[in-house]
Design a protein around this ligand. Structure first.
Ligand code: HEC
Ligand code: HEC
Ligand code: HEC
Length: 331
């Protein structure tokens, strides 16, 4: 019998087994990045203008993407992100991206998640578990108001692409980005893509929440919106406390007994609603909440009916709604 030296046996085994077993997954991933990715992507260094790059920077690739999206992307299952091509100044078309096997894609995605963190990216100030449908629709308006649509494509209600094609498409952004990375990026895009034609909006924190949250809902099937009127503040609502809020904030226009005849009513057109004649007890929860929190304009009424969301704590809003419902029944 021929006895093979162990080393030779190991070498034969090596030839017939996937290299990942031998180099370790990390080593295997590094090999792939070095040989197949670094010709176009950077995985370290300071942010640079896209006009000096061949592909998007990936040194924050471990915190930017949702892992399932990243794996799909590496498998070639995702559409290109840049309709005009990443370097639209060179070639005006989007080339097919390199495609990996599932095994490689998973190993590379795991490795990226482990290695390419960015210490600037912290937990977002946006809490998507309290993000409401009204906030998303306000965000959708801001997306237009702040020119986002001028440079990023989304889909309209019929699924048609709309918007300018100069930067990434965002119609699937909610399945692609992590909330934390996107929030930090939004704070100042130039920290990531300087001198690349990017844009910094002059925006309040509340509006930033609406627009960031809105983008995180794009492409997400059946996003579960928060319904504030189902919160514990509404379960604990108190009519007497509500009467006090009414006196302090509403009577000035709507009048002491809801006659629409407060001292502030003079000169307003349309006049403040006559609560005493309205069956507010039967008005839907979401309507009353949005009207009071986001103001008349948010439900197609006069902007002279103020938005109280920044002024009154949630408990006060729940209380005043309880007061309206119990007092004004349209009789
Ligand atoms: C020939 C150049 C080239 C090579 C090689 C290449 N990429 Fe890319 N990559 C690009 C370009 C260009 C884009 C943007 C294209 C688009 O989606 O429109 C991109 C996009 C990406 C994205 C999305 C980035 C983002 O910020 O949106 C990831 C992730 C990615 N590549 C990973 C890889 C990995 C991993 C490898 C190696 C296995 C690799 N790429 C190899 C050119 C390349
Ligand atoms: C003048 C064009 C322009 C406008 C307006 C603009 N952006 Fe951008 N945006 C860019 C550029 C350029 C980048 C950098 C990525 C690239 O294209 O190389 C970018 C990057 C982004 C990214 C990250 C893309 C990625 O995957 O790295 C998001 C998300 C984004 N913008 C959202 C918005 C939102 C929301 C608005 C509106 C408040 C907006 N943008 C307005 C040009 C624009
Ligand atoms: C600066 C004046 C002003 C103040 C203060 C004010 N409102 Fe109003 N409110 C209006 C005006 C004006 C309308 C009528 C809007 C229209 O018809 O387009 C209105 C309408 C309403 C309506 C009826 C909406 C409908 O669908 O008919 C409700 C309910 C209401 N306000 C609640 C409140 C509550 C609660 C407060 C206090 C937290 C308050 N308002 C404070 C001006 C005011």
């Amino acid at each position: 019998m021929i006895r093979w030296p162990t080393s030779l046996l190991l070498f034969v085994l090596y030839l017939f087994s996937p290299s990942s077993v031998w180099a370790g997954d990390d080593g295997y991933a590094e090999k792939i990045l070095n040989s197949q990715c670094k010709s176009c992507h950077r995985f370290e260094g300071e942010p640079k203008s896209k006009f000096e790059l061949k592909g998007p920077d990936l040194m924050w690739g471990g915190v930017k993407f949702q892992k399932p999206w990243l794996v799909r992307r590496l498998l070639g299952q995702e559409d290109n992100l840049y309709p005009n091509g990443y370097r639209w100044d060179k070639i005006r078309l989007s080339l097919k991206h390199l495609i990996m096997t599932r095994e490689e894609a998973v190993i590379v995605a795991d490795y990226m998640e482990k290695k390419f963190k960015d210490p600037r990216v912290k937990k977002s100030f946006v809490d998507m578990s309290t993000f409401s449908e009204m906030e998303a629709s306000l965000g959708a308006n801001l997306f237009r108001e702040y020119s986002c649509l001028g440079c990023h494509q989304i889909k309209d209600d019929e699924g048609k692409l709309i918007g300018g094609p100069i930067s990434v498409t965002l119609f699937d952004a909610g399945n692609r980005y992590t909330l934390d990375w996107w929030s930090r990026f939004a704070e100042n895009p130039q920290d990531f893509t300087p001198h690349s034609g990017e844009y910094l909006a002059d925006i309040s924190m509340r509006k930033a929440r609406h627009i960031i949250g809105y983008v995180m809902t794009l492409g997400v099937k059946d996003f579960k919106f928060y319904e504030p009127w189902k919160s514990k503040e509404f379960k604990n609502a108190d009519i007497e406390r509500g009467a006090q809020v009414y006196k302090e904030y509403c009577v000035q226009c709507h009048g002491k007994t809801g006659g629409g005849d407060g001292p502030g009513a003079k000169g307003l057109d349309p006049k403040p609603a006559v609560h005493a004649e309205l069956p507010l007890s039967d008005y839907p929860d979401d309507y009353l909440y949005n009207l009071i929190y986001y103001g008349g304009k948010s439900v197609g009424k006069s902007p002279n009916m103020p938005d109280w969301g920044m002024t009154l704590p949630s408990q006060n809003i729940a209380d005043v709604i309880a007061y309206l419902r119990s007092t004004f029944k349209g009789e």
